[in-house]
Write a protein that binds this ligand. Structure first.
Ligand code: IPM
Ligand code: MN
Length: 349
């Protein structure tokens, strides 16, 4: 019996999650899986109502699930940073979800802003470290509010954290990819401490994986190549901040936030799956956003649970819906409502 916690969250999150669950329910039936879901009210509304972000009791309960399906976190009436740090990053840190896995895959029939590039050229995965780096919260102010103010924001890179991320990337490359090419994305020419550690660990671990081709590129160059030659990439591994930035670029070349999903993973423990597009408050409640990102997140969830066939079935249905039905992947331009897109995927399973 799979136990799934559901956090619909803010803005368009509940609409995303509703369609993700619709598809999960349909594959559950088709593949005869046993699954139960429990919904948690967390997010901006609850925070405004009660001041609570992630109560300790809820965190404890979440640890007992197999997976979490998250809609979105972010509310226009809450100051930026509060929900992000108090809830989304808190979940990632407290559950030690040390991998953020983001596939960048262009499906046939989907428009990409890259001229002359198609599904053959755009198919890679970013493995982002998810618990350290600039996100760890190191630093502080000195003389805050004075003309002599100092703000320090430190990037924390532990050998342990870097190594487990790199090992995951090598294993993922071996297990899931045919090309078996792993590119380290860093900035060894300037960040000569942090990425020195990353590069040394990368080279050492690479000797244990002779079947995997390795490569290195600076983050700025990666941005350039992702646009000019995305076909060079198979799996890219990088730190938290660079991973955050390059995966938004990745989402755009695969057709936009309407389809981009991500997984926050700790292999063997409860892990969290989300559409990466955010809460998009201006579209909330209108049944116009594209739910394929949440549906893809649901597919990643099943894959993580070992239900690879069920996951694959969802992915194939999503690809078919993109190819045969949707006019665009953008909110309001799909030619269908949010719930109709969910129904289309279910029909194609
Ligand atoms: C993401 C988001 C988050 C991040 C924000 C909302 C804190 O942009 O999941 O990429 O920076 O990690
Ligand atoms: Mn981001």
């Amino acid at each position: 019996m799979y136990k799934i916690a559901v956090i619909p969250g803010d803005g368009t999150g509940p609409e995303q999650v509703r369609e993700g669950l619709k598809v999960l329910e349909a594959v559950r039936e088709k593949f005869n899986l046993a699954m139960e879901t429990v919904t948690y009210d967390l997010g901006g509304e609850r925070y405004l109502r009660t001041g609570e972000l992630l109560p300790a009791s809820v965190l404890e309960e979440l640890k007992a699930f197999d997976a979490i399906l998250l809609g979105a976190i972010g509310h226009p009436d809450v100051k930026p940073g509060i929900l992000e740090k108090g809830l989304l990053l808190e979940l990632r840190f407290q559950l030690d979800l040390y991998i953020n896995l983001r596939p960048v895959k262009l499906y046939p029939g989907v428009a990409t802003p890259l001229k002359d590039k198609g599904p053959e050229e755009i198919d890679f995965v970013v493995v982002r470290e998810n618990t350290e780096g600039l996100y760890a919260g190191g630093g502080g102010f000195l003389r805050k509010g004075t003309p002599e103010e100092v703000a320090i924001q430190e990037s924390i890179n532990t050998r342990y954290g870097v190594e487990r991320c790199l090992r995951y990337a090598f294993e993922y490359c071996r297990r899931k990819r045919q090309r078996r090419k792993l590119t380290l994305c860093g900035k060894t020419n300037v960040l000569t401490y942090a990425f020195d550690l990353w590069e040394r660990a990368f080279k050492e671990i690479a000797t244990e994986y002779p079947d995997i081709a390795t490569d290195y590129a600076h983050v700025d160059a990666i941005c350039m190549w992702m646009v000019k030659n995305p076909e060079w990439f198979d799996v890219i591994v990088t730190d938290n901040m660079f991973g955050d930035i390059i995966t938004d670029l990745g989402a755009m070349i695969q057709g936009g936030m309407g389809i981009a999903a991500g997984a926050n993973l700790h292999p063997g423990r409860v892990s969290m799956f989300e559409p990466i597009g955010g809460s998009a408050p201006k579209y909330a409640g209108q049944n116009v956003i594209n739910p394929l990102a949440a549906i893809n997140a649901a597919a990643m969830l099943l894959d993580f649970l070992g239900e690879e066939e069920a996951a694959c079935c969802i992915e194939t249905a999503v690809a078919t819906v993109c190819r045969e039905h949707l006019k665009s992947l953008n909110a309001g331009q799909m030619g269908y409502t949010t719930s109709e897109v969910g129904d289309l995927v279910v029909n194609h399973l």
